[in-house]
Design a protein around this ligand. Structure first.
Ligand code: LLP
Length: 438
């Protein structure tokens, strides 16, 4: 996958870099990103849309993995950017990302976040609720602006990996409900508001999706609504954003579709519905996060303690865990791993990979086949590019790992490792508790 291979020393190599050397040079835990694979996936989205033959926009969903270097890469690959907070917006803007290619999401954007977006002149806002619609319109008018907006609609389709569920009334915090008429009221209110320019609709049906049916059903429902807004209420819509959710392979059993298959199905459905309902084919926007960042990321750890409970289980502990990858403990997410310095050796044992944090549930992988790992070995866990660094914490006061991009035998640090002093840089001891200085 990507530039991953076993080199002639029997070590795992990524981007032409020996991962054992990377671990030595930069320490562990270490997030390693295969830059070539990141770029290839961005290009797959472009290629898929060009093949589908319609106007499109691909916005990388920064929530999956957002750093300044990642924003640079995303811009270089001609993608737009979806941000969900002032923090992500700030990261992008300070990296020189063009504001007009950014849109801001979120179900409870603060006044400050809206103002930041307006001042920066971002490309648009995905408006989630009536409160935000009114607030944004008011703030924009005051600044003499009229930003483009999409309305986030919940179409009553929820997709999870293999199956999707259709729900009549959507019970979710996100977006304007379609079935109850909320979405219609939102369109009408947005049309009247002088401070915003309604240009399209948005929906997002879930994440880590392995089939196209959920997307197609969402498109059908959204296009029915879109056509009503255009034909009956005179809204000048031109964009349908179908969100993200394109799945990736974490473990052998996972069967994600090629990017092209998702996009072709979405494009066909949009074209068909537009024709059927007598509206011009809208621009189709997508917001992939996981699919771009996930497969390109590998986390390197150093193996420490081994614990064997005869007849029960073998544990090997690594120097990271739930602080750098909370996905197993939060979502029971599964991963695959190899012993990076024995990548050429046969798999010898089943081991459970334990983290080092003070919780029984801090397990990275349960019972995975591995070469026999001993203390000092380097363990590489695959598919950790999305929702790991971006969800990392300092639990147990663990410094957050460094992030490196590798390519053509070069490794560049894009986020430096936190130091112990970084951990206390925001701490303050009230005067009355200070120890007297001698
Ligand atoms: N657009 C919207 C409006 C979203 O809410 C999301 C993800 C995306 C795009 C990107 O979805 P993706 O292509 O990455 O599936 N922390 C969870 C995933 C949360 C996804 C939240 N929304 C995890 O680690 O699995």
């Amino acid at each position: 996958l990507g530039t991953r291979r076993v080199n002639d020393r029997g070590h795992l190599e990524i981007g032409g870099c020996d991962t054992v050397e990377l671990a030595e040079r930069f320490g562990t835990p270490l997030y390693v990103f295969d830059e070539v694979l990141l770029r290839e996936t961005c290009r797959e989205f472009h290629a898929a849309f060009r093949k589908a033959g319609l106007r499109y926009q691909v916005a990388y969903a920064g929530k999956a993995f957002c750093t300044q270097a990642m924003c640079r890469l995303v811009e270089e690959e001609g993608l737009h950017l979806d941000v969900v907070s002032a923090g992500e917006l700030h990261t992008a803007l300070t990296a020189g990302f063009p504001p007009e290619k950014i849109h801001l999401h979120g179900n409870n954007k603060s006044r400050d976040e809206l103002i930041y977006g307006l001042r920066a002149g971002i490309g648009g806002f995905v408006v989630d609720n009536f409160y935000e619609l009114d607030l944004l319109a008011e703030l924009a008018e005051r600044q003499g602006k009229r930003p483009n907006i999409l309305l986030r609609v919940t179409p009553g389709v929820e997709a999870h990996t293999h199956e999707y569920i259709q729900t009549g009334q959507q019970d979710t915090k996100f977006g304007f409900d379609l079935a109850s008429g909320q979405a219609e009221a939102a369109v009408r209110r947005a049309q009247r508001a002088r401070g915003v320019n309604l240009v399209g609709l948005h929906c997002h049906i879930g994440s880590q999706i392995f089939e196209t049916e959920g997307f197609v059903l969402a498109v059908e429902r959204m296009m029915e609504f879109y056509a009503r807004a255009v034909n009956e209420w005179g809204a000048s819509l031109r964009i349908l954003n179908v969100g993200g959710g394109f799945g990736i392979r974490y473990v052998e059993e996972d069967r994600p579709l090629p990017v092209e298959a998702y996009i072709a199905a979405i494009a066909d459905a949009v074209k068909g519905e537009a024709l059927r309902r007598g509206v011009a084919v809208p621009e189709v926007w997508v917001e992939p996060g996981r699919r771009i960042a996930g497969p390109a990321g590998t986390t390197l750890y150093t193996v420490g303690a081994r614990k064997e409970i005869p007849g029960v289980r073998r544990y090997i502990a690594v120097d990271g865990g739930m602080a750098d990858n909370p996905r197993p403990i939060i979502y029971q997410a599964r991963y695959e791993a190899v012993v990076a310095n024995r990548a050429g050796e046969p798999v010898e044992e089943l081991a459970a990979v334990a983290g080092k944090f003070c919780e029984t549930g801090d397990m990275l992988i349960w019972d995975t086949p591995l070469a026999r790992a001993v203390p000092g070995d380097i363990l590489a866990v695959f598919g950790t590019g999305a929702y790991t660094y971006s969800m990392a914490s300092n639990y147990n006061r663990a410094p957050r790992p460094a992030v490196v991009f590798v390519r053509d035998g070069r490794a560049d640090v894009v986020v430096r490792r936190e130091t112990l002093d970084d951990l206390i840089r925001l701490d303050q001891i009230p005067e009355r508790m200070r120890k007297e200085q001698h």
